[in-house]
Structure formats: C-alpha cells, structure tokens
Design a protein around this ligand. Structure first.
Ligand code: G
Ligand code: G
Ligand code: MN
Ligand code: NA
Length: 254
C-alpha cells in the first residue's frame, strides 16, 4: 500500500520517464522504431524498472492513469522525433490488461494523438494474447476501433501466453513479436530455433510483420535474417536509452 501511494505521487511529481529501445530493420539494419519502456526515478531507490512497480499499479485503477501517461508521453516524443526529421518514426508502447479491457483505450489513444498532432501510424500498441483472450469478442471490438484510428497493433511475448491460433486470425493485428525465450535458444541444440521458425512462417502466412526480441548475439541476428524475420530488437543493437541518447536514423528518402 505504501508503494502504491508513492507511485500515485510519482505521477504528480513527474518522477516517471520513458526509455526507448531501438527496433531495427533486419535487412538494412536501419532503426525503424522504438519500444517505450517505463522507468520510475525514485527519490531513494533510484531508477526502478517496471517489473518492480507495474504489478502494484495493476492492482488498482492507478494503472489506467499510468498507462494514459505513457501513451501521452510516447506521442509527445514521436512528435519531437518527426519534427527532427525522423519522419517514419514508430513508437511502440506496452499496454496493461486492465487498460485494454477498460473499454476506453481507443479514446485515450485518440486524445493523445490529437493533443500532440501525431499521425496514428507513428504509434504501435503492444498487447498480449492473454489480455485478448479474457473476453475475445469484446477484444475484437476494441481492436477494430483501434485499427479504425490507424495505430499499429502487435502481439508481444508471442508464444508464451495462451491463445488459440483460430483467434489469431480473427484479431486484426499487424505484428507478432517473438518472445525472447524463443530467440535465446537459437543455436542451442537441433530444435532450438523451432518455435522462432514457426512463428516467422505463421506471421508471414497471415501477412503480418514479425519482430524478434531479445536478440543478443550476432549468430541470432544472422539466423533470423536468413529466416526472413522483418525486424530485430535486443541488446545486440542497443539497451533501452533515454531519448536524447538515441542516434536518429538518416532520412529515408534522402
Ligand atoms: O524493463 P523491464 O525488463 O523491467 O520490463 C519488464 C516488463 O515491464 C516488460 O514485460 C514490459 O513489457 C513491461 N513494461 C515496460 N514498460 C511498460 C509500460 O509502460 N506499461 C506496461 N503496462 N508495461 C510496461
Ligand atoms: O515483455 P516485453 O517484451 O515488453 O519486455 C521488454 C523487456 O525486455 C525490457 O525490459 C527490456 O529491457 C528487455 N530486453 C530488451 N532486449 C533484451 C535482450 O536482448 N535481452 C534480454 N535479456 N532482455 C532484453
Ligand atoms: Mn514489449
Ligand atoms: Na516481449
């Protein structure tokens, strides 16, 4: 309860910040987007990772406030990058289950885009299988409303949750993100790449983009490129960084 009260104050006291981890185009190596990752600059504990406080926020409606703050700040940053010449910047934000099932996510997104004058294509929402499977019909309805706004939708940690492949076809999503546990086994034993291979094939068969996360070594990069994976993310390229530390890509249409 103490942490919850402190977290509530953190929003008001401007102690939250976003770090950004690059996503690179597998073929060209060019940065094609970033994932926003929440941090709490705690006055005593220092910089806290979301694993330490998101679960606390998720126990109450505080997660809705926090989630809206993240979307707003990500849009503000996207606006800044676009103004700096990174015209096709895409900022992906993680969405919590309660945020998705609240029924207001489309309104929150629409308002943030409008407030900062950001095109919808610059925002991607990272969802998980389990949050969509809580109430699949309601989920399809919300996904359609989000698609109508024009934001990109991805399934994060794909392969670790529970979902049915049948629903995958009903959900109007754009991107599958291969969970890092399936990337880290590439090169380990004869079946180490089996799940990554299958997810890439499935994604392309369904005309979805596929992103591998947790790419840490060159052998994984080379393998995923050869398999046709579209985008890569991981410590091999960069850790999550404060926005001013990111080197922006050269203009695409120079
Ligand atoms: O950075 P770290 O490894 O601690 O991230 C842990 C988890 O926190 C990841 O699963 C990530 O998706 C989640 N996370 C990071 N930022 C946010 C955020 O802004 N909102 C929500 N709901 N989850 C986040
Ligand atoms: O669940 P989600 O995919 O949103 O989790 C993102 C988390 O994964 C972030 O906290 C980020 O720091 C972490 N991460 C990003 N790249 C790598 C990597 O190459 N290796 C590992 N172990 N973690 C990573
Ligand atoms: Mn994520
Ligand atoms: Na993930």
């Amino acid at each position: 309860l103490q942490l919850e009260a402190a977290l509530k104050r953190a929003v008001e006291r401007d102690q939250l910040l976003l770090h950004y981890q690059p996503r690179v185009d597998a073929r060209s190596g060019r940065m094609c987007g970033v994932e926003a990752l929440l941090r709490w600059d705690h006055p005593e504990a220092g910089l806290m990772a979301p694993g330490q406080f998101i679960p606390v926020a998720e126990r109450s409606s505080l997660i809705l406030e926090l989630g809206a703050w993240v979307i707003d700040r990500a849009c503000q940053q996207a606006r800044e990058w676009i103004a700096q010449g990174w015209s096709d910047a895409v900022v992906a934000v993680n969405v919590a289950a309660r945020q998705f099932t609240s029924g207001h996510l489309d309104t929150v997104v629409q308002q943030a885009l409008a407030r900062h004058g950001v095109p919808a294509r610059a925002l991607e929402l990272e969802l998980t299988e389990s949050m969509l499977m809580q109430e699949p019909d309601a989920a399809v309805d919300m996904l359609r409303r989000l698609k109508a706004i024009g934001v990109r939708l991805s399934l994060d940690d794909f392969g670790t949750g529970y979902s049915s492949l049948g629903y995958l076809q009903r959900f109007p999503i754009d991107v599958l993100k291969i969970d890092r546990s399936f990337v880290q086994t590439i090169g380990c034993g004869p079946d180490g790449a089996a799940i990554a291979d299958a997810v890439i094939a499935l994604a392309h068969r369904l005309k979805l983009r596929v992103v591998a996360e947790g790419v840490e070594i060159e052998a994984q990069r080379r393998y995923l490129l050869a398999q046709g994976c579209d985008e890569l993310q991981g410590f091999l390229f960069s850790r999550p960084l404060p926005p001013q530390a990111l080197a922006l890509p050269a203009p695409a249409h120079a």
